[in-house]
Write a protein of this length. Structure first.
Length: 185
């Protein structure tokens, strides 16, 4: 069962879907200014087990990826890593284009662990998750500076935020989390 801290981070990222693409592009040296929409994070197969990512973002037509899978990791879990290549393959098939799996880890040790290649068994082929650790976040000294920072979710309300102002927005609401309990988190 996910911890409260884990769910808090996932909910924050769901409410600010542009944050992960902005950080990923910043760290990878790519340019992207556009939309990101929260999508269904279920990756069920005809045969169990059911697998669910923490968050799936579908990006606009000018993005370097069609979608981003976001996994929040508070600790190292070899079992969890086994599903990450599946998530990427399933979302790539669903969206018909390139996707990025981003592991958000508030701990540098966990982020480093998450970046390790995952062998798929094919010769000369590994799946390498993209790990975002604390070093990827810009250092902003004050709350006022955070509100002015262009990649800050504080700088402007997200169209998918759950605040009363956002609910009045003409944009569609975010995709709700599945009512089922994921077998792995």
């Amino acid at each position: 069962m996910p911890s409260a801290r884990h769910e808090l981070l996932v909910d924050f990222l769901r409410d600010h879907p542009r944050l992960v693409p902005a950080l990923a592009c910043r760290v990878l040296g790519r340019k992207y200014r556009g939309r990101a929409a929260v999508r269904d994070a279920e990756f069920s197969q005809a045969v169990p087990p059911q697998r669910s990512a923490d968050l799936v973002l579908e990006l606009g037509p000018h993005a370097p990826w069609r979608g981003i899978i976001v996994e929040v990791q508070l600790g190292c879990s070899a079992r969890k890593r086994l599903g990450w290549p599946l998530y990427a393959a399933a979302l790539r098939a669903r969206l018909g284009g390139p996707v990025l799996l981003v592991v958000v880890a508030p701990n540098a040790r966990v982020a480093s662990w998450a970046r390790q290649p995952i062998s798929l068994g094919q010769p000369d082929s590994s799946f390498v998750p993209f790990g975002l650790g604390p070093e990827a976040s810009p250092r902003i000294p004050t709350a006022a500076a955070a509100a002015r920072h262009p990649s800050s979710p504080c700088s402007r309300p997200s169209p998918t935020a759950t605040s009363p102002a956002a609910r009045a927005s003409p944009l569609p609401p975010p995709v709700p989390r599945s009512a089922s309990t994921p077998s792995e988190r």
